[in-house]
Write a protein that binds this ligand. Structure first.
Ligand code: GDP
Length: 326
């Protein structure tokens, strides 16, 4: 027990010193399924909590192939070169289900990964989306305590992970490709309504003209949608990560957003409601875990499913039966 306390002291000091190795070790503790490791991770997080919150948290989504990792590398490098400390985290819904991953592992963004001002952590590869959500949020806080002032959280534009990431960032952007005509129809309006900026990506070479047209199409469409952030008008802009054009404009947009939202109070309100939502979702997760870890509960549910499908009982009856013998 004493050794554990020393280990936490050591991690604390090294993380405050900017050691990436110790930051990684701390994240591994938080991700662990071992109860004592997890507890140590939480103790450390609690100690670091006063140093968290001082970053811009940015979410990035887009379908596979939209160029997310290329964008993050180019954008992240530019920021790191200017002296910002950039952490890149990921939520990969595919890895939680199959263990395989759409976003790939650490070998992506190699140049950024080697930069002294950058830290890249691949998606936690096990657990439910709820579990991954917790780990990513806690990792984000650790990175902030370690002095990272820009956190980029990447996710794939499939499933519910966009909503999860929107719920933990200040600014959310959607990477799209040209040929909006088709894409706009296929795209869920819901995803666009989560975004504070829409990046029309790969706006270079033969594609540049079409990209500009696509930006206009998105701009028109955005007039009819609900903005993601109160008081902010979501904008569409062309970017090429290969030619490094439009990246400055993205950063300028994000800093404008931050300035305006801090003044209006929306920045703080959003962070507070995100923390509350996180708390509530962890309560729900815990209740569900506790419920199913009780002996016989899974069997009871399966049994009642059978009765339900053969028309013997109603859904409400079944639910009553589950909770009546508590
Ligand atoms: P992800 O699946 O969204 O992470 O996409 P990747 O970053 O792996 O990029 C997918 C493909 O698009 C790769 O072949 C990239 O070289 C290409 N790509 C990425 N960004 C650009 C860009 O700005 N311009 C062009 N022309 N191609 C790009």
């Amino acid at each position: 027990k004493k050794e554990r306390a020393i280990e936490i002291e050591d991690l604390y000091a090294e993380i405050c010193n900017g050691s990436r190795l110790h930051l990684s070790k701390a994240i591994t503790l938080l991700e662990s399924i071992n109860v004592t490791d997890k507890k140590a991770g939480q103790d450390l997080l609690k100690k670091l909590l006063p140093q968290t919150g001082n970053s811009i948290r940015i979410g990035i989504t887009g379908v596979p192939g939209a160029g997310k990792s290329t964008f993050i590398e180019a954008f992240g490098l530019q920021l790191a070169e200017r002296g910002s400390k950039v952490a890149v985290l990921a939520i990969d819904p595919s890895s939680t289900v199959t263990g395989g991953s759409i976003l790939g592992d650490k070998t992506r963004m190699e140049t950024l990964a080697r930069h002294k001002n950058a830290f890249i952590r691949p998606s936690p590869s096990s657990g439910t989306l709820g579990g991954v959500h917790r780990k990513t949020r806690e990792t984000m806080l650790l990175c902030e305590a370690a002095g990272y002032d820009i956190i980029l959280i990447e996710t794939v534009g499939v499933g519910q992970s966009e909503t999860v990431v929107r719920g933990m960032v200040d600014f959310f952007m959607l990477l799209v490709l040209t040929g909006a005509g088709d894409e706009l129809q296929g795209m869920k309006k819901g995803i666009m309504e989560l975004a504070d900026a829409i990046i029309v990506h790969k706006a270079d070479g033969d594609n540049l003209k079409l990209a500009k047209k696509t930006v206009r199409e998105y701009s028109q469409l955005l007039h009819f949608l609900q903005p993601a952030t109160l008081g902010w008008t979501t904008i569409a802009m062309p970017v090429s990560s290969l030619q490094k054009t439009g990246l400055d404009k993205v950063w300028e947009t994000i800093t404008n957003f931050q300035d305006q939202m801090i003044v209006s109070g929306v920045w703080n309100e959003r962070r507070q409601s995100q923390t509350k939502d996180w708390f509530h979702s962890m309560i729900r997760d815990r209740l569900i875990d506790n419920f199913f870890s009780e002996k016989g509960k899974r069997e009871l549910v399966t049994d009642l499913e059978g009765q339900l499908l053969s028309g013997d009982i109603t859904v409400a009856n079944a639910v009553d039966r589950i909770f009546s013998n508590e």
